[in-house]
Design a protein around this ligand. Structure first.
Ligand SMILES: Cc1cc2nc3c(=O)[nH]c(=O)nc-3n(C[C@H](O)[C@H](O)[C@H](O)COP(=O)(O)O)c2cc1C
Length: 358
């Protein structure tokens, strides 16, 4: 019977266990240039006992930035700051993928070069607000519709970012196709109102995703490429009126790519997607969102996933695998410091050994 503590092969890598650290935006980067400060290295290195660490979503270009203090992977300085992270994680025997994304309409002009409007498949505003350090919460704006030429450029940005991630020493990249960002905006039926080859039919709405998959796998190889999807998830004011047909199509076509893994982690309260999608996907399957040790163990044992992705529990427990092994109590995550600058609530969650000493 498979357990959380068994090793797992993904691509050409051997993961030492099946406890995966979820991508978690923590907003600790320098806002002006998207460079990670040195203490980010400490945070990831503290968590190197996970089978695989997936970094916070990282901007593929200046136009991709949708949140305060988020890192990028398009400048030499950003790449150099990430190289310290990968070296520290590797020195502890860990493996690490970078999650790469473009936020599309979820950005505010405040974050973009020359205060431009954010871009999206169509000029459809998101409900809700986004946080700025200078003016607090601000309403989303009506984004500008991307031209076909700009779509092609954006696809290239993903390929370049993937290559930069490898240059920074990452073991691979995870394409962020989830949680209402640009790729899912294209997949959706409410943000994508296009009538060209990128809109309308399921095949057309999935075109941008597959062009990104093609660009990234061409740049770094499918065996170093992962993908996160969040079927039916409404995070980011997304609607997918035909989610079942859409993701059946997407997974069938994805089977043509021997990806390192597919990560399904979705906030769809109406449906459990894992039993629906697991049988369709021929490769390595990561299941995320809402797992504790017991639920993870039972899904693995039943063959419902190959590895389990832990978010808030890994955020608050740098030694999560040790704690699971020892059935030890977990530190609770402090939401008030999820996205605040500095080390508080970031590198100061104690490991078991430290907790015992304290
Ligand atoms: C502080 C925070 C930041 C997050 N940032 C990202 C992100 O950058 N990329 C992503 O795909 N998901 C992100 N998520 C979602 C997590 O990857 C994960 O799906 C979520 O925490 C649910 O899993 P859990 O129940 O194990 O916490 C974030 C979640 C939290 C709490």
């Amino acid at each position: 019977m498979v357990t959380l503590f068994d090793s797992l092969s993904i691509g050409n890598l051997e993961l030492k266990n099946r406890i995966i650290m979820a991508p978690l935006t923590r907003s600790r980067a320098n806002d002006a240039d998207g460079v990670q400060p040195d203490f980010v290295t400490e945070y990831y290195s503290q968590r190197a006992s996970g089978g695989l660490l997936i970094t916070e979503a990282t901007n593929v270009s200046p136009m991709a930035k949708g949140y305060v203090r988020t890192p990028g992977v398009y400048s030499p300085e950003q790449i150099a700051s990430w190289r310290k992270v990968t070296e520290a994680v590797h020195a502890k025997g860990g493996k690490i993928f970078m999650q790469i994304f473009h936020t599309g309409r979820v950005a505010l002009p405040d974050f973009l070069p020359d205060n431009q409007l954010p871009v999206a498949p169509s000029a459809v505003k998101s409900a809700g607000q986004n946080y700025t350090d200078t003016e607090g919460l601000k309403d989303f704006v009506v984004p500008r519709e991307l031209t076909v030429e700009e779509i092609k450029e954006t696809v290239k940005d993903f390929g370049r970012a993937a290559k930069n991630a490898i240059d920074a020493g990452f073991d691979g990249v995870e394409i962020h196709g989830a949680n209402g960002y640009l790729i899912q905006q294209f997949l959706s039926t409410n943000v994508n109102l296009r009538s060209d080859e990128y809109g309308g039919s399921i095949e057309n709405r999935a075109r941008f995703l597959f062009e990104v998959v093609e660009a990234v796998t061409t740049a770094i190889g499918a065996s170093r490429t992962g993908l996160r999807l969040s079927p039916g998830g409404e995070f980011g004011d997304i609607k997918e009126s035909d989610a079942e047909e859409l993701y059946a199509f997407v997974l069938e076509k994805l089977n043509e790519y021997p990806l390192a893994y597919l990560h399904i982690g979705t906030f769809d309260m109406n449906r459990d997607w894992h039993p629906v999608l697991r049988p369709v996907w021929k490769g390595v399957y990561f299941a995320g969102v809402g797992f504790d040790k017991e639920r993870g163990e039972s899904l693995l044992a039943a063959g419902g996933a190959d590895a389990i992705v832990y978010g808030k529990s890994f955020l608050a427990n740098p030694d999560l695998p040790d704690r699971f092994r020892a059935n030890a109590p977990l530190n609770l995550p402090d939401e008030s410091t999820f996205y605040t600058p500095g080390e508080k609530g970031y590198t100061d969650y104690p490991a078991l050994s430290q907790a015992a000493t304290a």
